[in-house]
Design a protein around this ligand. Structure first.
Ligand code: GDD
Ligand code: MG
Length: 351
């Protein structure tokens, strides 16, 4: 059995004003009837999987349990981080937690804000990685890149392959624009999907080798976690001693026991409004409108109203994103979608 580990601690500021600190994007029903979190939990349920371990913060704990119960999934454990210290401490905490009951078990780490519509193809990719994970490899899933994206990790294959698991030469997290363009052109690289399959034992060994300083504080923070209404509150004093670092920098860039399973199915990190626009099925003119939004003579434009009292109308727009909430409206050039994060920072300062 594989234990899913779902990360849902982020606040998703690039999808402001829909995604808020108190109700971030992974819990919003951005694309359909299910939230991204519910979609991820559902994808990682069934005969192959144990009950999921969830890592989140105190503010989201009831959203997590409510949304899981809506899709009929019982969580194995909901670990509450006193503060976000990025993915390395969170994933190590999950590994140490799972190891208490199942020291030889496998864990599948997944973000809760990705869209992977073909659950069957994804399941096949996971199954293809199991033998390597059991044999002591850190398994990643690779996506064929189609642009020189600098926000992702890049995986250099040791040999060309379309499907089979293959050893990785190196893992490069968030390259600069020039290196990203070179890697894309070389054809030897895949993007890191941000989904990992590890044996708990291998991962803990990897932390011992590459990020030793995290082991002691995370171990103590888990050992002294307090149960509160069924949630496990990680100890804040020990947690505060953990470096704020992602698994990609802390372990993946340094390890040499890496294997990638190429994933040919659709995969989207809904990182910004441009991705939502692309994912929502634009019409022939590239236009996406929600209910209560109307586009007249527009091209390559997303118009969304998140409130039935607000009608949004766009006339003659090109490359524009508009998202209206009862208390805030975003109007941005599509090419600047990633800068929404900066706007949120600026707004915070104003308060
Ligand atoms: N519980 C918890 N606690 N979750 C967290 C924390 C934390 O402190 N920090 C981040 N997460 C969650 C985010 O909400 C997201 O679901 C996931 O962990 C990954 O974090 P991101 O901050 O979104 O990482 P990224 O997108 O910049 O990069 C990662 O994903 C890319 C693919 O989407 C890397 O793994 C890249 O290599 C990869 O290409
Ligand atoms: Mg991300």
């Amino acid at each position: 059995m594989i234990t899913p580990v779902l990360l849902c601690g982020g606040s998703g500021t690039r999808l402001w004003p829909l995604s808020r600190k108190s109700y971030p994007k992974q819990f919003s029903k951005l694309l359909g009837d299910l939230s991204l979190f519910q979609g991820s939990a559902q994808r990682l349920s069934g005969a192959n999987y144990a009950a999921p371990v969830i890592l989140t913060n105190s503010d989201f704990r009831f959203i997590v349990t409510e949304q899981l119960s809506e899709v009929g999934i019982d969580p194995g454990a909901v670990l509450i981080e006193p503060e976000g210290r990025n993915t390395a401490p969170a994933i190590l905490a999950a590994a140490l937690w799972i190891a208490k009951e199942d020291p030889d078990g496998l864990m599948l780490v997944a973000p809760s804000d990705h869209v992977v519509p073909d659950a069957e193809a994804f399941e096949a990719a996971v199954n293809a990685g199991v033998a390597a994970a059991k044999a002591g490899q850190l398994v990643t899933f690779g996506i064929k890149p189609d642009r020189p994206e600098t926000g992702y990790g890049y995986l250099e294959l040791s040999e060309a392959t379309d499907e089979a698991p293959v050893a990785l030469k190196q893992f490069i997290e968030k390259p600069d624009a020039k290196s990203a363009a070179e890697m894309l052109a070389s054809g030897r690289f895949l993007w890191n999907a941000g989904i990992f399959l590890f044996s708990v034992k291998t991962l803990i060994e990897a932390f011992k080798s590459h990020a030793k300083d995290l082991l002691d504080p995370v171990d103590k923070a888990i050992d002294t976690a307090k149960c509160d209404l069924g949630f496990l509150r990680i100890d804040p004093n020990h947690w505060a001693k953990c470096e704020d670092i992602s698994i990609d920098y802390a372990v993946m860039e340094k390890a040499d026991n890496l294997t990638v399973v190429p994933f040919g199915g659709e995969w989207t990190d809904l990182g910004g409004w441009d991705a939502v626009w692309r994912q929502s099925g634009p019409n022939d003119l590239g236009v996406v409108t929600s209910e209560h939004a109307t586009a007249i003579d527009c091209e390559d434009t997303l118009l969304r109203s998140e409130d039935k009292r607000i009608e949004v109308v766009g006339i003659g727009l090109k490359n524009i994103i508009t998202v209206a909430m009862p208390d805030a409206v975003l109007v941005a050039d599509t090419s600047r979608a990633q800068d929404v994060k900066k706007a949120v920072k600026a707004l915070k300062k104003k308060k």
